[in-house]
Design a protein around this ligand. Structure first.
Ligand SMILES: Nc1nc2c(c(=O)[nH]1)N[C@H]1C(S)=C(S)[C@@H](COP(=O)(O)O)O[C@H]1N2
Ligand SMILES: [Mo]
Length: 298
């Protein structure tokens, strides 16, 4: 299938896994401390990518606990096989699809994306995945559909955070149909060419690189086409702080912190913060929001 989007990051921007040792030396202070005191540096350094170790050991996956290392510690309990996804609502071919059947015949590619959490930290991640549009076209979106809703699996016996009810589970998310169909929007099944780790949302999760990380819902078991804006977990938890759109926007602060800059994971103790980019550096999505007030539709 011919895709319209080309990446600005290449595999050459990704630090080889072996470079992780080097980074440890930097952290240990054996190499320069030149960056001290430089706040909000421009983005010359933003393409320095993250190691697999960083990507799989610093996570948000509240079903497995709220600490950053809790998912890596607890997510081995997630049962990912067999896996099926219910596709329902305004589609021509609804049903319970075995994951392999849903993805059969679709093109998997590598996408190296910036990833920006609403908490003001970021990474660069080499995903492997399929354009969501390809999946939606395969199941056949009906003409009245306006939104896509997603749901994460609930395995109470395996998920310590579900037992503690830290959020109203299942975790749910949603996109407007044009956002879902945008070629940047993917369903990821791998990272660094390996099957995606449980803590990153195995066996399949959404990735929407121009939105805050919480939009990129993990371990998806249901996709629903609807004509109404669906509820999303963080908005249900706190509507004042988390909006439906949640596009990365350095000019709209979170009520409790600035969104103008971010801390790149792996930079070390003395690394400067870097400037956050509008739409996380993906200006090609701006036309989706033409005429909208992004301070109201945050
Ligand atoms: N089901 C589910 N999906 C989720 C979350 C979660 O707690 N549960 N956390 C979100 C948040 S806040 C972020 S920043 C990203 C983190 O993805 P990563 O751990 O792969 O970096 O996952 C998002 N998807
Ligand atoms: Mo996040």
């Amino acid at each position: 299938m011919a895709h319209r989007w080309t990446n600005d990051l290449t595999r050459a921007d990704v630090t080889p896994k072996a470079a992780y040792l080097n980074r440890r030396q930097i952290l240990a202070g054996t190499i320069g401390l030149g960056a001290i005191g430089l706040a909000g540096a421009a983005r010359a350094d933003t393409l320095e990518p993250n190691t697999l170790e960083e990507i799989t050991s610093y996570n948000n996956y509240y079903e497995f606990g709220t600490g950053k290392t809790d998912p890596a510690t607890n997510a081995h309990k997630l049962v990912t096989s067999p896996w099926s996804i219910k596709v329902d609502g305004m589609v021509d071919n609804p049903g319970d699809y075995a994951l392999g059947d849903l993805l059969d015949g679709l093109t998997e590619e590598e996408r190296i994306y910036r990833f920006r959490c609403v908490e003001a930290w970021s990474m660069v991640i080499p995903w492997n995945g399929i354009e969501l549009a390809d999946i939606l076209n395969k199941v056949g979106v009906q003409s009245g559909a306006k939104y896509v809703a997603f749901e994460t699996v609930v395995q109470p016996e395996n998920m310590i955070g579900v037992q503690r009810r830290v959020l109203d589970f299942p975790y749910v998310e949603g996109l407007r149909l044009d956002e879902a169909m945008h070629p940047l929007t993917i369903m990821a099944t791998g990272i660094y060419g390996e099957p995606i780790a449980n803590q990153n949302g195995a066996p399949i999760r959404l990735v929407v690189p121009w939105k805050y990380g919480f939009k990129s819902i993990k371990s998806i078991v249901r996709i629903t086409l609807t004509d109404e804006e669906p509820p999303i977990s963080w908005n249900v938890a706190n509507a004042r702080e988390y909006g439906f759109y949640s596009n990365v926007n350095p000019t709209v602060d979170h009520p409790r912190w600035s969104q103008a800059t971010e801390r790149k994971i792996g930079g070390g103790l003395f690394a400067s913060r870097q400037d956050t980019l509008m739409f996380n550096g993906y200006p090609e999505v701006a036309s989706l929001y033409e005429g909208m007030d992004l301070t109201v539709n945050f």
